[in-house]
Design a protein around this ligand. Sequence first.
Ligand code: ADP
Ligand code: GN1
Ligand code: MG
Length: 373
Amino acid sequence: MNVNYDVNEIIKQFNFSGSFIKAEPYGFGHINSTFCVYFKNEDCSIHRYILQRINTNVFKSPEDLMENIENVTAHLKMKIMASGGDPNRETLIIVTTKDGKSFYRSETGDCFRAYVFIENARTYQLAKNPKHLYNFGKAVGRFQQLLSDFPVEKLHETIPDFHNTVKRYETFLKSVEKDVKGRAIEVKDEIKFVMDRADDTKVLLNLLKENKLPLRVTHNDTKFNNVMIDDITGEGICIIDLDTVMPGLSLYDFGDSIRSGAATAEEDDTDLLKVGISLELFEEFTRGFIETAGKSLTEMEIKLLPFSAKLLTFECGMRFLTDYLDGDVYFKIHREKHNLERARNQFKMVADIETKFKQMEDIVGKVCQSYGL
Ligand code: ADP
Ligand code: GN1
Ligand code: MG
């Protein structure tokens, strides 16, 4: 664990049961710092928790963030129980602090929260088989269904304008202009790639303004490694990483799922020949998603599913490139130029989506027809 804080002291603040054994860095998230914490029971068996240091550079108000998560998980728990599911595995369970709070703020100002570890399930960086994508699609559609009656006025906007692609584009242009690290010269082609697609950034927001797309409660970060896949059944049992649950478009969740789940290579693979969209995985996800959410989608939403995959991949690439220009201040990086490599990868995927766009539209049509939509 990071040297700024003492893990033993932090662990003492939570209502963990058993005796502490060890804490190890865990997972591949780009934002928070995640640790797996091991505890021993009296009978010597071991159980685990997830401990996270909340990135307060990204989430400015941990109070609001955790209030959202408390409310969202309580709602999910109620709905899961009503449908005969297992709330202990199908949604996150917050472990409170000794003084009954949902997070702990240390003397150094670092904020931590803890969850019960969901056992016998795991996350993947890339799908291992097409069924993963079908199950992922079902899980994302179900998540939206479960939250469709969540009282939206209770939600704080944890990151304002998170998927506002017009604002993201303006921010990108400012970063190009400021060029604080003198990197713009090196990424001229990538800058042009973004500028050539500036019009795409307006499409969904204009339709939203014209009331042609409904605002819903959405996850907004449906990366494939934010779904826990059951080790035995292969089902997407739990959508995790609830930090960005906010009002949004259903298309944001569909698009980001395709970006991350239907990709033929990991998001930072530098072998661009390998990077693209798998139409087979796209179809599988679409099938699962339509199966669980299809009936509540509007015609306009369905029509825009392929476009959302392109837009969300583009948005992510643009964010990586912006961060590279800004000097890598937002996403965690593990090597020099990591953000640039990620941006190039995402743009290759955008280009691949563009060439396969008609096939993607045909797949959506075929899947919808098979569900009578
Ligand atoms: P980040 O916001 O940094 O992406 P996540 O909340 O997604 O952090 O957690 C990072 C990783 O930790 C996940 O991809 C998953 O593998 C693991 N993880 C998170 N919460 C749990 C949990 N409750 N049970 C088991 N594993 C978890
Ligand atoms: C971040 O936290 P993580 O790793 O699940 C980011 C997403 C990006 C994603 C790209 C709060 O997700 O928006 O799409 O990286 N989360 C935040 O991999 O910015
Ligand atoms: Mg995550």
